[in-house]
Design a protein around this ligand. Sequence first.
Ligand SMILES: C=C(O[C@@H]1C=C(C(=O)O)C=C[C@H]1O)C(=O)O
Length: 306
Amino acid sequence: MSSVPYPVQNLVVSEDPLSLDRIRGILTRLEDTIIFSLIERAQFAHNPKAYRRGEFKELRDIGFEGSWLEWFLKETETFHAKARRYTSPDEYPFTDIKELPPPILKPIPHPPILYPNSINVNKSILSFYVQHIVPRITRQATLLLSAIKRARGISGDDEFEDDGNYGSAAFVDLEVLQAISKRVHYGKFVSESKFRDDPAAFIPHIQSRNREALANLITKPAVEEKLLQRLRKKANTYAINFSPEGEPLNDSATRKIDVDGVVELYQDYIIPLTKEVEVDYLLVRLDGMSQEEIDALASKKQNGHS
Ligand SMILES: C=C(O[C@@H]1C=C(C(=O)O)C=C[C@H]1O)C(=O)O
């Protein structure tokens, strides 16, 4: 296991970018980013209006028919594209790349680590985030807001509308979405590492398009179980609130985030989607290769990525 607390995320300087230990270390570090950004989003109410397409006249008036969040994503990712964010093999935009401008800087000369592919599952991530994650993690703030509104004589659907923090909430939505996207698409590096470690194990199932066999090869139940145990401990700890005197409040009702919700997010969505990306990547891993090149790969000794 690497001696540094967290591996270098920089793909250019890392000594072995495909070490599975190093990749797993980056996935572990992304757990912190995802938990803390969920804690930040949980401070605001659901604000369902921000996720409904065509809801804002101000956006329709400038010719944008999507939701507030989709507009926030497009505007932010337009700048990030100019800053060459999406020339990196571990960054994927939610906005259609064809709608984004080219970078103004030359791309960083990343070593060719991943096999050419166009896998981008951000549409799924955005849909699940809006439909399931936001309502779940903002439940406490939403119920508190509705009680305050009822006390002011506001009742019915208006109780549950929003706290008006569209910009602040969308800014944090982006942080959560970008962290989940990075985490899920890191499945490509995991897959490349496992493939290089034992090409012969994967090649027959890639050629027969056997998704189930490939999924069984990449699945490591012990790693997943350890992750979920660690995640629950982290979420429980990071969610602790403190008294004004700085004493930890051990009452679970004062936690800053729904801990079960964080664990279920990984168990029911992030891990399964990461594995789908791993299999999707393997299925294109031999594209364009001649049978001779494939046979040479199949006969290669394991190269020590374990
Ligand atoms: C990411 C890996 O591949 C799979 C996916 C995992 C995940 O998404 O957390 C964990 C273990 C494997 O089932 C890995 O082997 O580390």
